[in-house]
Design a protein around this ligand. Sequence first.
Ligand code: SF4
Ligand code: SF4
Length: 174
Amino acid sequence: MTETAEKPIKASELDPKFKYEISKMHGGEKLMRCFQCGTCTSDCPIARFSETYRPRQIIRMAQLGLRDRVLNSDTLWLCAACFTCTDRCPQDVEVASVIRVLRNLAAEKGMVPQVFKEEASSILESGYAYRIPELRLKKRETLGLPPLPKGNPASIGKTLREIGFLKCVEKKEG
Ligand code: SF4
Ligand code: SF4
């Protein structure tokens, strides 16, 4: 996955059907209402600390049909799903939900950042999103802290498999 928003746009990249595809999905219905005022970006807590994350830009790319660019963009995964943009949009665009729709489309193609794939494999192995180092577990023991509760990776794995999540993270990009 690469950051592609800055490269010149070629007409051949535009997919006119993309906006309709998004508009048919739950949360993406109001995509075309966006008139690019920039309120979502100016109020977004992530955009405040990032040089590249701009929800307004993601929405515009989706409207224009820049399917591959938007789905390949690492910044798509920076959204914290705080819904500030959705609350403040004067056009009632459900910005956070559009971003969720785009992430789902990206995930269906295996375009999931490595860090999330690693979290998924850790959940499958241990039931924890973060692999707790052996050293830290030993340190707990020496400090007299109780052992951490056991995860239930088998049950989580079953759920993740049934909702199709595993297929998405195991899929190669493309
Ligand atoms: S706040 Fe709404 S209308 Fe304004 S740029 Fe963001 S999505 Fe578009
Ligand atoms: S939901 Fe995502 S895009 Fe919207 S304000 Fe929060 S972090 Fe920014």
